[in-house]
Design a protein around this ligand. Structure first.
Ligand code: T1G
Length: 696
């Protein structure tokens, strides 16, 4: 028998076993048609006495990757996932879930409601709802702890991580791990059951005993690691609830909480980012069938801090890397520094010395450019000087093969000028990593006017392969991230002139959700670095910006930040920032010199000036086409610059406030600080008059 119960679910009978196969590309999300098809399959199974066991499996690259995120916020179409899962639970014949790929969210909840679960060796399982500001709503909360115990279930649900098939078997989540063909193994497994007809209900299992003290310690740990996120805390409450509440009642509370969270601002923000990160991979005017070039070997020029981190990224992803430096001494230092990057992994035991040795065999160093003749991609990471980079590009053009890509790591220089220094400008683009390059997720890929579409497709694919969040941006000074950051930094400095203190500004921005405020960040980076970056860009600054030289004064006073024990703050052994009257004095003197009299500054003004200056600049960036979508800017700031993900990013945040209100505030600060700093961008004027948002 070969039958369809919906356009995505088909049934096949193999002896006493009914096999329901779901095929709903790309990730078998539990869309309405899948739910309809599975309920019909269950109906058929229950009615057909000759069918002794049912196998639920998926075609394509993965078992169900969860509820269909695109259906959230829409009216719920029956049958609900919970209804399907209740039916599975009540079924009085064994149902087997055969999992491959990533069995996630509602997909794992289906498996939890089956009598048996078998998995392919490379399958992974998880309840990642919390990453979307949600929590399991169809049995994950009430069933998983019953199978694997409260501590492990709490970690999986509150953190949203995945576990492998063997670990799942060891925890009791999976009954069998299969290295061979999963479909036939599942049918064999079911046939063995068909004779005995043994049904197991997870819902009947007791909740294993556990140390209740775990709940509060988990709450504290999650509050620290997931600052401001509500769902992880609610996860602990729900787990606590299910340990003392009858199954059916607990399942109802679980479902109600999930429904509530679906309409919560945090979940809307995180779902926006989920979609925006995937949209960012779709490149404007690069046909979707453009095939990226084959990148097997990579070169990195410049063994400095950035070059070392970039080389480590590629080595970590399994690429052989050739690191080019001017002297053997600088290369030896770089090799030692790269080894040191793994010190933490070795200490934590997540890597052995032998594994590190193995990994370091992928790294070769040379002082000769000839070593780059066979590489497919070179990342240039030499000092931020146009003449130096131009000379490097000319030398690269002389040795590289015809289709090798030159990617510059410049953060401020003109990509067109660099492309003109190469013999094949169509092979030139930017790959702008952030320090520390082996840690920071964000990768700003930069397109030049002549960059070939397949080069853009290649650096995006490579960005994903090295575990980065690649976002394509266009030509503009400081590209997107730094350009917006410079506006926030400007306002932070101006606010000191107007009467705020470093502590007040840092408190407001870290209170908003940034991991660190601008002044504590400057003390971390070093006032000499900040002063150098400022002076490199001073020519393009306004008069007030040029004379707002607090950074220079701190550097001149030897207050370079943490590295000298004093910057905007004083630092003792514990490296905690302490207020320093000497800084208050320095600021008072500066204000007097500049003719500013300190005034009371509200926290609201600090937040608005710092963040709206960024949003206004982002609107100009969109108008110029230096970023393709507002979502790209949200991804840049949440994956690279600490904008709290549960607030969706600067453009999403501005839309929540309302563009008309954003414009009103910008007009107000135009009057207080100056038109040249806060005059609303043309895009904001347009959107406000059309009552639209950035994402409309
Ligand atoms: N619903 C709809 N579309 C989805 C989807 C989903 N759950 N997951 C992925 N897609 C789309 C995605 O937008 C992209 O589309 C394409 O699939 C490939 O994804 C009741 C409430 C599965 C690990 O949170 O983590 O169940 O851009 O580019 O890198 O308790 O996608 O091509 O048009 O990410 O190989 C819980 C989310 C839902 C899993 C694959 N599930 N997905 O990663 O490919 S809530 C999740 C992922 C829930 C229940 C609750 C990943 C992946 P497009 P991709 P990938």
């Amino acid at each position: 028998m070969n039958d369809e119960t919906s356009e995505t679910v088909s049934l096949v009978r193999v002896g006493p076993v009914l096999v329901a196969t779901v095929d709903n590309p790309p990730v078998n999300a539990l869309s309405h048609s899948v739910r309809v098809g599975l309920v019909a399959a269950l109906q058929r199974f229950e009615e057909d006495v000759d069918c002794k066991a049912l196998v639920i499996r998926c075609d394509g690259r993965t078992f169900f990757a969860g509820a269909d995120i695109r259906e959230f916020g829409q009216p719920v179409k029956e049958p609900r996932l919970g209804e399907l899962i209740d039916r599975l639970d009540r079924c009085d014949k064994p149902v087997i879930a055969a999992m491959h790929g990533t069995a996630l969210g509602g997909g794992l909840e289906i498996a939890l409601a089956c009598s048996y679960r078998i998995a392919a060796l490379d399958a992974r399982m998880g309840l990642p709802e919390v990453k979307l500001g949600l929590l399991p709503g169809s049995g994950g909360i009430v069933r998983l702890p019953r199978l694997i115990g409260v501590p492990d279930a709490l970690t999986m649900i509150a953190e949203g991580g995945q576990i492998g098939a063997e670990a799942a078997r060891d925890k009791g989540l999976v009954d069998e791990v299969v290295a061979s063909d999963l479909r036939s193994a599942a049918i064999d497994f079911a046939q063995r059951l068909a004779d005995v007809g043994a049904v197991r209900r997870t819902s009947d299992l007791p909740v294993p005993a556990f140390d209740e003290g775990l709940l509060d310690s988990k709450r504290a740990e999650l509050a620290k690691r997931h600052k401001g996120l509500k769902a992880p805390q609610i996860a602990v409450d729900l787990i606590e609830m299910m340990t003392v509440t009858p199954f059916v009642e607990a399942a109802a509370k679980e479902y109600a909480t999930c429904r509530e969270l679906i309409s919560s601002p945090q979940s809307k923000a995180l779902r926006h980012l989920f979609a925006a990160e995937r949209a960012a991979l779709k490149l404007e005017d690069v046909p979707t069938d453009t095939k990226p070039r084959d990148v097997r070997k990579v070169g990195v020029v410049g063994p400095g801090v950035m070059g070392r981190g970039i080389a480590a990224c590629f080595v970590d992803a399994g690429f052989p890397v050739i690191l080019v430096g001017r002297s053997a001494e600088s290369l030896t230092k770089a090799q030692a520094a790269i080894r040191k990057l793994y010190g933490g992994s070795i200490k934590r035991g997540s890597m052995t010395e032998a594994q590190l040795d193995e990994r370091m065999t992928l790294l070769e160093t040379t002082t000769s450019y000839d070593g780059l003749a066979n590489v497919d991609l070179v990342v240039e990471a030499v000092t931020e000087n146009l003449d130096v980079k131009t000379e490097v590009f000319a030398r690269l053009s002389a040795v590289l093969k015809a289709n090798a890509i030159i990617a510059t790591n410049t953060s401020f220089l003109d990509i067109e000028a660099l492309a003109s220094a190469a013999s094949r400008p169509e092979n030139v683009a930017g790959m702008h990593f952030f320090n520390p390059a082996n840690v920071m997720k964000l990768l700003e890929n930069v397109r030049a006017v002549r960059t070939a579409p397949e080069v853009l497709a290649t650096i995006t694919a490579v960005g994903k392969k090295i575990g980065k969040v690649p976002v394509m941006v266009g030509r503009s000074e400081g590209f997107v991230a730094n350009r917006m950051l410079s506006k926030r930094s400007r306002e932070a400095q101006f606010l000191l002139e107007d009467g705020a203190t470093p502590r007040q500004v840092d408190k407001v921005l870290s209170g908003f959700g940034f991991p660190i405020g601008p002044f504590a960040l400057a003390d971390l980076a070093g006032m000499d670095v900040m002063a150098a970056a400022r002076n490199a860009r001073i020519a393009g600054m306004t008069l007030r910006e040029q004379s707002c030289n607090i950074v220079d004064k701190l550097a001149a006073a030897g207050r370079l930040g943490q590295k000298t024990g004093a910057g905007y703050y004083l630092y003792g052994e514990d490296r905690k920032p302490q207020d320093d009257p000497a800084v208050d004095q320095l600021l008072a003197t500066h204000r007097a010199e500049r003719g500013f009299s300190a005034r009371e500054i509200s926290d609201e003004e600090i937040l608005e000036r710092c963040l709206l200056a960024m949003v206004n600049e982002a609107a100009k960036i969109l108008d110029e086409g230096a970023a393709a979508r507002p979502g790209d800017i949200d991804v840049i700031w949440t994956s690279g610059f600490g904008w709290p993900s549960h607030l969706g990013g600067p453009m999403f945040w501005a839309d929540q406030i309302g563009i008309a209100n954003v414009k009103e505030a910008l007009d107000r600060y135009s009057r207080i600080v100056g038109e040249e700093y806060f005059k609303p961008a043309a895009l904001i004027e347009r959107l406000a008059s059309e009552r639209r948002g950035f994402h409309d």
